[in-house]
Design a protein around this ligand. Structure first.
Ligand code: 6PG
Length: 243
């Protein structure tokens, strides 16, 4: 049975980032203490940048058990890793290049391997191998970080797209006419299997869909993220203004 969301409202993006960084340190540390490793999926977009930077600086940098942390991406644009729009590049620049995480524990989406359907299938295989899954098993991440667009999309699960209805595959392609790149994205089975999900959402333009998502509006993809485990929404005051 999904738990009720925990909503954390901070005055600014900086304060939101501080709160989110503290929550991530606590969650990663607890996962490693309980299971010997933490399986974490990062979000893309711009909101997580400051949270990443805070995790890569003392004191938080020294508190994270980086050698037991495994990092994945909940979605990725199908561009080269050095492309300005790459979620991988953003995470490396803001965090991963500055912390002692073993390279083999960074599971980049292999966007150079072909069109989105091929990349999605390859990344699903990466997940199945990393989690040592049986054929019909779904990976249970310790923590999945997510953002939300003004249209209510999360990861690359956009309103009105076939990816929203996927129940079998773990990773699927996502193509949106008005966006410049094909993408691949985790599906709801993966998001909703997580031990914990944390949304990081800032900005007044997102307030209507934040309210709709927290009301469980099924037309809003972010509102369909109802994990078996904990669900946290880290908001700035602007994004929370309609709550
Ligand atoms: C992506 C993200 C996407 C993002 C939202 C919010 O690859 O674009 O995963 O879901 O989280 O679009 O983006 P901002 O944080 O830039 O507002």
């Amino acid at each position: 049975m999904p738990q009720s969301p925990s909503v954390h409202v901070a005055p600014t993006l900086e304060a939101l980032s501080q709160d989110a960084a503290d929550y991530i340190v606590q969650t990663v540390t607890a996962a490693v203490a309980a299971r010997g490793r933490c399986m974490l999926a990062l979000s893309g977009g711009s909101t997580p940048r400051r949270t990443h930077e805070l995790l890569a600086q003392p004191p938080r940098r020294d508190a994270v058990p980086w050698t037991a942390l495994h990092v994945f991406w909940g979605d990725e644009r199908c561009v080269p890793s050095e492309h300005a729009d790459s979620n991988y590049r953003m995470a490396v620049e803001t965090m991963l290049a500055h912390v002692p995480i073993p390279r083999e524990q960074i599971y980049r989406v292999p966007t150079e391997e072909g069109p989105a359907p091929i990349v999605a299938a390859l990344y699903e295989r990466v997940l199945r191998t990393a989690f040592a899954l049986e054929v019909d098993e779904v990976p249970q991440f310790d923590l999945i970080l997510l953002g939300m667009g003004p249209d209510g999309h999360t990861a690359s699960l956009f309103p009105g797209t076939p990816a929203l209805e996927e129940t079998q595959r773990l990773v699927v392609p996502s193509q949106i006419d008005y966006l410049p790149h094909e993408r691949v994205t985790f599906t709801f089975p993966v998001l909703n299997a997580a031990r914990a999900v944390a949304f990081l959402v800032a900005g007044a333009d997102k307030a209507p869909k934040v309210r709709a998502a927290l009301q469980g509006d099924p037309s809003v993809p972010a509102g369909r993220v109802r994990p078996a485990g904990a669900l946290h929404w880290f908001l700035d005051r602007a994004a929370a203004r309609l709550l």
